[in-house]
Ligand binder design. Sequence first.
Ligand code: DX5
Ligand code: ZN
Length: 219
Amino acid sequence: MKEIIIAPSILAADMANLGRDVEAVSNCGADFLHIDIMDGHFVPNLSYCADTVRAIRPISKQIFDVHLMIENPKAYIKSFAEAGADLITIHAEAVSDLKDIADKIHSLGVKAGVSIKPKTDASEILDYIKYFDLVLVMTVEPGFGGQSYIEDMNKKIAVLRSAIDDLGKDIRLEVDGGIKLDNIHMPLEHGADVIVAGSAVFKAKSPAEVVRKMKETKI
Ligand code: DX5
Ligand code: ZN
């Protein structure tokens, strides 16, 4: 098992002080910074754009993990790559050709991830995960921070863990939504190795302490 990576989600940051909050987690032991992009179509909410990514890029050396919850992601991947994304994750439900989009993301010099919503079965992506660097299992309905972890997703995490292990490739398995110190053991036990945490990190008095405890969780 690879070392656990924590990915604080800036959706839970103080929007009036985004730069300050990004700086506050930039050295807290989290290797990724998770940036949720929403278009009001694929999910019923709006968030940031590529200019936001460009604006915070100089503040942090973390891997910018850009989660595109948008329709037609192909039209936007170049602008996010140019703005400073290191990893771009698209939703399988939003694209018709998963290999093509993985190739396009890679051609921009960026790592590629594929994500599925809670109601999408793992079988929809099993044949395609070999084209990606990361698989993201949504553990809440995408669109909003601060929701509760859907425990039913544990089985899906386990199915994807075993598919990744069978491939023997260097593919990360990320989970996103409702993960806190008191339930992080569930995705970890089922094989996740990248943990998105929004409110758990940004609303904490000491983000560094939460990140350290998350990484030290014994399973
Ligand atoms: C939900 C987003 C998540 C969200 C997680 O659509 O993709 O990244 O910010 O927030 P918490 O950890 O608060 O559930
Ligand atoms: Zn996300």
